[in-house]
Design a protein around this ligand. Structure first.
Ligand code: AHR
Length: 328
């Protein structure tokens, strides 16, 4: 009898212990909304542009709409080594899912393997990586090459096959999929138009101030006087360049035809005032999709490996009507 009592006491202690152990692990616990608790680590690029701020805000909204998700957010200040450190810290903290918006395309294999060995699923967001696809579960974001082609189409539609078009290109961060893809797509699309040429090309690192600096230098160069088109890999650099064009005494939008990527309010405003000509939208509002994908992975549901964002292009005559609708 005494023995039986002892066994039942031990069994109760073990049961309570197991219950408490369950409470500490996000893998087994359930949140107030009845869904599995998830700790999500997000390794962000930085805060280089209006687009990036919009993406960060969208990601930071996740816990509001998904009370089962706890977000651990890290800002790498545009440095890959900081992102790698953040990912290693997420692995050490045993988060449930890691999401990475990779600053550049290459150099991720080792850390992605470390996450895989730790059995932590990885979602790549916005910019892509060159790594083996088995090292991550999903990619959510834009087709950067297609964005470059869409920008080129706006230029081609304006200049046609005959009007000379001398382009100043301001590239994004060197080695980022956003810059590599946009440049590739654009160049591919204009290759059969002998009247359309890139006469200057340099990186402005996706920063407004650098966009201005680069455009100032372009306009002062020996090719400066013949530049009649600006192709900017993002709106912020375009906004900076527009300032430089005005300071040089030229009219943006008429002396120089302008196309850029993103769709931030500042650029829509300038386009509605006739100071730009075309915007290729790139969607930064990726938070809801990321949350759904993280939940599906943790719940063992099947997911789509590549989810491309839905985006539009806008021309000058659409800018004023679209401006009040912009969310970023
Ligand atoms: O990766 C997306 C790009 O990064 C955006 O076009 C740009 O504004 C940002 O910095």
């Amino acid at each position: 009898m005494k023995g039986k009592k002892l066994i039942s006491v031990i069994a109760s202690v073990l049961l309570v212990g197991a219950m408490f152990a369950g409470c500490g692990s996000s893998k087994t616990a359930t949140a107030s909304n009845g869904k599995k608790k998830i700790v999500l680590g997000f390794a962000q690029v930085g805060a280089e542009s209006g687009w990036r701020t919009a993406e960060t805000n969208s990601i930071k909204e996740i816990p509001k709409n998904h009370p089962n998700i706890t977000l651990k957010f890290s800002d790498a200040q545009q440095k890959q080594e900081n992102q790698i450190k953040a990912i290693r810290s997420f692995i050490a903290q045993k988060v449930d899912v890691i999401a990475i918006d990779p600053v550049v395309e290459t150099g991720w294999d080792t850390v992605l393997k470390e996450a895989k060995d730790a059995k932590i699923p990885v979602i790549i967001v916005d910019r892509s990586v060159n790594s083996d696809q088995s090292l991550y579960k999903a990619f959510l974001g834009s087709n950067m090459e297609a964005e470059g082609k869409r920008a080129a189409k706006i230029v081609i539609d304006h200049f046609g096959k005959d009007k000379p078009c001398n382009i100043a290109e301001i590239q994004g961060t060197v080695g980022s999929s956003a810059a590599v893809g946009r440049q590739k797509g654009f160049n591919e699309a204009i290759k059969d138009y002998s009247n359309i040429k890139i006469v200057k090309s340099e990186s402005g690192d996706f920063l407004r101030a650098k966009g201005k600096e680069v455009m100032e230098a372009f306009l002062k160069s020996s090719e400066g006087s013949k530049i009649n088109c600006l192709w900017s890999h993002n709106d912020d650099m375009g906004v900076g360049a527009i300032q430089a064009i005005k300071e040089a005494g030229k009219k943006p939008g008429s002396d120089i035809f302008i196309v850029s990527v993103d769709g931030i309010k500042d650029m829509f405003k300038l386009m509605s005032q006739g100071e730009s000509n075309g915007i290729v939208e790139c969607n930064p509002l990726l938070g809801p999709q990321l949350a759904d994908t993280a939940e599906a992975i943790v719940e063992g549901k099947s997911i789509q490996k590549f989810v491309e964002s839905n985006e539009k292009d806008y021309l000058q005559d659409q800018a004023a009507a679209e401006l009040p609708n912009r969310k970023y």
